[in-house]
Design a protein around this ligand. Structure first.
Ligand code: SIN
Length: 285
């Protein structure tokens, strides 16, 4: 297959054109795609038309697909494939825009997914962009004293924190994982450090008092959400988008009224979250 990989903005995000993932790519192509994903953090593969089993095969280029927590959002005939729909409902039974806050996926778990991939099935005429913030670039551009400070802080990630900005979908009773992760993690593929944050999930801190910790998160959010660290994805029909949850935060936009939006979604198994000393933290007591 002859394909090209073009940068979409400086620093991170690329697009791939000229490939059809209904045919299994050769090993060199798979390596090139994985390399670009790991180095650039966001990769959009244009012009795909994948049914759930084909999407699942394509996702395997980036690792091992894993089951998503919420059964109600899985495709019944191919449960490793989930979906994001404009008709999804939250715990109250009302329609919600899932992902409508800056986050990284499943950070309340011990080994959060390395990557998440979406494949557009039905898109609104306009709106519904997905925003990405590079947590590598945001970390690299912090002042030295702030980098030294954040390197030493750990955060407790829970399903829905005391500061969660939106209602979360309901989870099964008794299912309430809570894990400590460093505020700065090292990407095992690149060795680069990145801020590791989630506006829905961080509930406590080690290395800083509670109020000061939330003030620090507010400061970091103002820094991270500057346009210089952002790639805003305007969806095109056929896009398969994959992002590195170890390297970016993302946010959905529900700004398309009652138009229908439906995408398939797969998450890829991750590795333990390691701090700058290569250590993994534990489950909360
Ligand atoms: C997500 O947060 O996984 C969904 C992103 C989107 O729907 O744009």
């Amino acid at each position: 297959m002859t394909f090209t990989i073009n940068p979409l903005r400086s620093g991170f995000a690329s697009e791939v054109v000229g490939i059809d993932l209904r045919q299994t790519p050769d090993d060199d192509t798979k390596k090139a795609l994985y390399h670009s994903f790991a180095e650039r953090s966001v990769l959009v593969i244009r012009d795909q038309k994948l049914e759930p089993p084909e999407f699942l095969e394509a996702a395997r280029i980036f690792g091992t697909p894993m089951l998503q927590d919420l059964e109600q959002f899985r495709v019944p005939e191919c449960p490793l494939v989930g979906f994001i729909s404009s008709r999804d409902k939250g715990a109250s039974g009302k329609v919600i825009t899932r992902g409508r806050n800056w986050h990284t996926d499943h950070s309340h778990t011990e080994t959060p997914p390395r990557a998440t991939t979406l494949h557009a099935v039905t898109l609104p005429i306009e709106g519904g962009d997905t925003q990405f913030a590079s947590m590598h670039l945001a970390y690299d551009r912090l002042p030295d004293d702030m980098r030294n400070k954040v390197d030493l802080i750990n955060c407790l990630h829970v399903w829905m924190s005391r500061r969660c900005p939106r209602p979360m979908p309901s989870i099964e009773e008794g299912f309430d994982p809570r894990f400590w992760h460093p505020l700065v993690r090292t990407n095992p593929d690149t060795g680069r450090r990145a801020l590791y944050m989630n506006t829905a999930r961080i509930d406590e801190f080690q290395g800083i008092e509670l109020d000061a910790g939330f003030d620090l998160l507010d400061f970091l959010m103002d820094h991270i959400t500057q346009p210089r660290f952002e790639y805003r994805h305007q969806w095109q029909e056929g896009d398969m988008l994959i992002w590195d949850n170890r390297a970016v935060m993302h946010q959905a936009n529900g700004d398309y009224g009652d138009q229908y939006r439906y995408l398939y979604r797969i998450i890829i198994e991750g590795e333990p979250v390691l701090n700058a000393n290569g250590e993994k933290l534990g489950e909360a007591a």
